[in-house]
Design a protein around this ligand. Structure first.
Ligand SMILES: N[C@@H](CCC(=O)N[C@@H](CS)C(=O)NCC(=O)O)C(=O)O
Length: 273
């Protein structure tokens, strides 16, 4: 059986959610980081849509972090991320859906609004997991990349303000849901905890990401500091400390040829016509 392959953006929190699930279950896998922008034809070719994460599992191309984790849970039930009782499972899935649908995207916009003010940091972030020549190209074109990203990714002062509100709502929801056990559902770490912590990682930037945290743009640090006292914020850092184990990735940097292979295959197929 082939190892699962994760097509990802190395910097993205929805991708971090799936990476954490794979690592938590101890599933060896391959990570292929697609360059931002170039991902559009590659992901369309692979899946008919453009979003990441995409997991290729037993030949099936799975889209969407929620569906991917559900499939991983069936593929390798232990250690379980889903709670064992139906009532707790329903609550965990509700919390997952709330963070996926209501918090993930607004949080991205709020945090990126601050990050995009620092072109050098933006280039380093978007270049994560890419070959050196591409990192250089991203550095050279970063000002244009920022302009395009702001439009395509809807990162504006208004969407950032809305994102900041949603972040406050998200932290309040974590604080309200926390059980005496220190977890969101039941008395052990599971799907709800993983989802909330992974989707809040760009805000909290746990020490696990030293390459991101050490050079965080000043605007980000200032914003982050306004929330660092919150119990929900500290809980995210705590989940990372306690439960974000080692990576089970066998390859984190694929060659450009491997990443472009879906397009090359398409050309090869089309050539005779
Ligand atoms: N609901 C999706 C959201 C995924 C998502 O928003 N992915 C973003 C990265 S954070 C993406 O790949 N955007 C690029 C695009 O859609 O072209 C999930 O849970 O996987």
């Amino acid at each position: 059986m082939a190892d699962p392959v994760l097509w990802q953006f190395a910097f993205s929190h929805f991708n971090e959610k799936v990476r954490w699930a794979l690592d938590y279950k101890g599933i060896p896998h391959v990570r292929r980081s697609v360059p931002l922008g170039v991902h559009l034809p590659i992901m369309r070719r692979l899946t008919g849509q453009t979003g990441t994460p995409v997991l290729v599992l037993d030949g099936q191309r799975l889209v969407d972090s929620t569906r991917i984790i559900a499939a991983l849970e069936r593929w390798q039930p232990e250690p379980a991320l889903y709670p064992s009782t139906p009532a707790e499972r329903t609550r965990a899935l509700e919390i997952e859906e709330y963070f996926d649908e209501q918090i993930g995207q607004p949080l991205r916009k709020a945090v990126l609004h601050e990050i995009l003010t620092d072109p050098a940091y933006t280039a380093a972030l978007f270049g994560m997991g890419q070959p050196r020549w591409l990192q250089r190209a991203i550095r050279l074109g970063v000002h244009r990349l920022i302009e395009v990203y702001r439009v395509r990714g809807d990162v504006t002062p208004e969407s950032a303000a809305h994102g900041r509100e949603r972040i406050r709502d998200g932290l309040a929801r974590i604080e309200a849901e926390l059980r005496p056990s220190g977890y969101l559902v039941g008395d052990r770490f599971g799907l709800a905890d993983l989802t909330c912590a992974a989707l809040c990682y760009p805000l909290v930037v746990p020490p696990l990401f030293p390459e991101l945290g050490s050079r965080l743009p000043a605007a980000c640090v200032r914003y982050r500091n306004t929330l660092a006292h919150r119990r929900g914020f500290q809980w995210v850092a705590e989940m990372y400390r306690r439960h974000r184990g080692p990576s089970m990735a066998m390859a984190t940097r694929a060659s450009s040829l491997t990443v472009l292979s879906p397009l090359l295959r398409q050309r090869a197929v089309r050539a005779p016509a």
